[in-house]
Design a binder for this molecule. Sequence first.
Ligand code: ADP
Ligand code: MG
Length: 248
Amino acid sequence: MTLEIKNLHVSVEGKKILNGINLTINEGEITAIMGPNGSGKSTLSYAIMGHPKYKVEKGTILLDGKDITNKKTDERARKGLFLSFQYPNEIQGVTMMNFLKTAVNSQRSKPILFSEFKKLLDKNMSMLKIDQSMLRRYLNEGFSGGEKKKSETLQLAMLKPKYAILDETDSGLDIDALKVVSNGINSVAGPNIGILMITHYKRLLNYVKPNKIYILIGGKIVYSGGKELADHLEEKGYDWLKEDNKLQ
Ligand code: ADP
Ligand code: MG
């Protein structure tokens, strides 16, 4: 099973950002996309999720062979697609507890028993070292950078999607929180999920090992390789690839 992105061209507010992305995310694998700021990483994640501002000009997105290019975001979510945001929204008036329960139930035909839900929640919260008091707070409101990323990772662990796109889950985390969040991602990873990790830095990839790395620059995949590519980038930065890109 795969999430396939074929020749994807995307514009935002009339500005062309992605210029023909080809990418396959396999179930059971971790795929990483790295790239400098402004290269279009978040645009790609929004486009895959179906954000209305991100207009697909050309190309297709196939989820297990089915064309979802023009489907609404909630339908994509019901089909098992999940996006963890680089900048999670604060949602006033909705407690974290209610949000998670609603999200879990939206994927089921019958609502989950509260006792079953709470057991799963407690297990995942202790894994992510999230304090119980956070459940009564409004979603992401006043959360620190690290708390927001843990909250996103908790959603991932509770929803267990078929394909997860994690946009800069490592940004704003100190080393302890980075380890906790990485541990959370690793516990969700497995044969029944395809993960796309988007990151600017190598450090997350020290803890969550990708099967393949793609490099996105200027809205195009300019290079791909195995996990050793991350070491190379750490040492050399992205500039050598930019030069390559200009020659093409
Ligand atoms: P990255 O995540 O790799 O840093 P982004 O996808 O956020 O890159 O941004 C790529 C380009 O698209 C940038 O030039 C950015 O300004 C532009 N862009 C992204 N989203 C929007 C938006 N909602 N409105 C206007 N420009 C946008
Ligand atoms: Mg981004």
